[in-house]
Design a protein around this ligand. Structure first.
Ligand code: ACO
Length: 403
């Protein structure tokens, strides 16, 4: 007998409110404001079901996780999740498993994009769904904290793991060991969230991001999301092989034939520019370039090369391409090589899925990929030296050697 899944997702949950709007955004709201949306076993069981249902429901295009009242979530419910289940192995197993099912399995493996809209307190265990969401937008005054140290446990249930995967080790160590709370702006600066905005703009910015994501082919978006997550733990050879296979699979699976249409519309019909917007989806309106968001990512990718001192003139070599944000672009490399696997998850995924990769060279670990004519300053001198007796350099960015 085949399993019969309900056609319509449930909406009568006790601890979570779920609504899907007409555009396809499913708003999932932790709904225990009187307990600051602390996550109890019931909430975990409900969330596990909700994520399953909306992963496959065609009306849901993007999922937004937020909290009722002044909190996103105050972490695990210390009473119901911990104290009440202490010594009850069965209850513990069930609630720990439900937690795992939605806040890491479903969020990490799901195909639909999930945005954490952090409207207030976010503590401890809430960092698991926060870091595992594909994107996070916080209000400037949201309060974050790794409070485990303050009441006597290690940030467990994979909090420590998602933390070091998302933040720099210095920040992870500092906040986990001091338990100091910090605000939305700081979270953005550290790359814990994509950006923060004043509270009154939080919803509008979240909707703008969701709309932008919905303008992309869902299959291409899902594959891109999976690719970005998977390559983080691969070496270069594995990543190359995996991505080739992924691209080939996508070509066969994409019902919208986005690749074909994209090339036709750009090269033949000249109806859009892939550098600026997505190709219109079949039956949809022509895609507009992404609306200019008032929110600036506060933690842009930094160039690995030292900045010139203030006031010094910035020489720009004619051969170097720059992104709109004015950063160096290793332009000749395929897109996926430009996504450094070590860059914090939320920024990497956001930039890539939105097609707005800041195109900075990676921050560390070996030489940065270079386009022709974009030699980093460190190698200019070496190159110039070897060419001194050779033919004159044709690279516009290499200074003529001193004679
Ligand atoms: N677990 C259980 N109950 C909680 C939690 C929680 N994590 N957070 C808040 N509550 C309850 C409070 O006990 C209180 O219940 P009561 O009204 O029955 O007394 C109610 O929510 C309101 O909490 P207040 O403390 O009165 O709210 P306030 O706005 O003053 O403070 C704050 C909010 C800062 C979030 C505070 O409640 C707090 O520190 N909560 C604990 C945060 C935390 O450390 N979470 C655990 C992280 S570790 C982990 O998740 C594994």
């Amino acid at each position: 007998m085949p399993v019969k899944y309900p056609k319509q997702p449930r909406s009568d949950y006790e601890c979570v409110k779920v609504e899907t709007d007409r555009e396809g955004i499913t708003w999932v709201t932790f709904n225990r404001p009187e307990k600051r949306n602390a996550m109890n076993p019931t909430l975990h069981a409900e969330m596990a079901q909700i994520m399953d249902e909306h992963e496959t429901h065609p009306d849901t295009k993007v999922i937004v996780l937020t909290g009722a009242g002044n909190s996103w979530s105050a972490g695990m419910d210390l009473k119901e999740y911990f104290r009440d289940t202490d010594g009850d192995a069965q209850a513990q197993f069930r609630s720990y498993t439900d937690n795992r099912r939605w806040s890491w399995d479903a969020l990490v493996r799901g195909r639909k994009p999930v945005i954490a809209m952090v409207n207030g307190y976010c503590f401890g265990g809430a960092f698991i769904p926060l870091c595992n969401c594909d994107f996070a937008i916080a209000s400037d005054d949201a309060v974050f904290g790794l409070s485990e140290i303050n009441w006597g446990i290690v940030p467990g249930g994979v909090v420590s793991k998602v933390l070091v995967d998302t933040l720099r080790i210095r920040d992870a160590m500092y906040y986990a060991t001091t338990g100091r709370p910090f605000k939305g702006r700081k979270a953005a600066e550290m790359g814990l969230v994509n950006f923060s905005v004043p509270a009154k703009k939080l919803r509008a910015e979240t909707v703008a991001l969701a709309r932008e994501l919905m303008s992309k082919s869902p299959m291409v978006l899902a594959y891109t999301k999976q690719a970005i997550r998977q390559v983080r733990t691969m070496d270069m050879e594995q990543a190359y092989d995996y991505l080739i296979a992924k691209i080939t699979a996508l070509e066969a699976k994409d019902p919208e034939r986005t690749r074909e249409r994209g090339m036709r519309e750009f090269l033949d019909n000249k109806s859009f520019k892939p550098g600026l917007a997505a190709v219109a989806r079949p039956g949809g309106k022509a895609a507009k370039p992404a609306a200019k968001s008032s929110a600036k990512p506060r933690s842009p990718h930094r160039s690995p090369w030292p900045k010139p001192p203030r006031g010094a003139s910035r020489r720009r070599s004619s051969g170097r391409r720059r992104s709109a944000a004015g950063r160096r672009a290793p332009a000749l490399l395929p897109h996926f090589f430009r996504t450094p696997r070590w860059q914090p998850c939320s920024r990497g995924i956001a930039a890539t899925l939105l097609g707005s990769t800041p195109l900075s060279a990676p921050r560390s670990r070996g030489p940065a990929p270079r386009a022709r004519g974009s030699c980093p300053p460190a190698t200019w001198a070496a190159k110039a030296r070897t060419r001194r007796r050779a033919a004159p350099c044709r690279r516009p960015c290499v200074r003529a050697p001193r004679r």
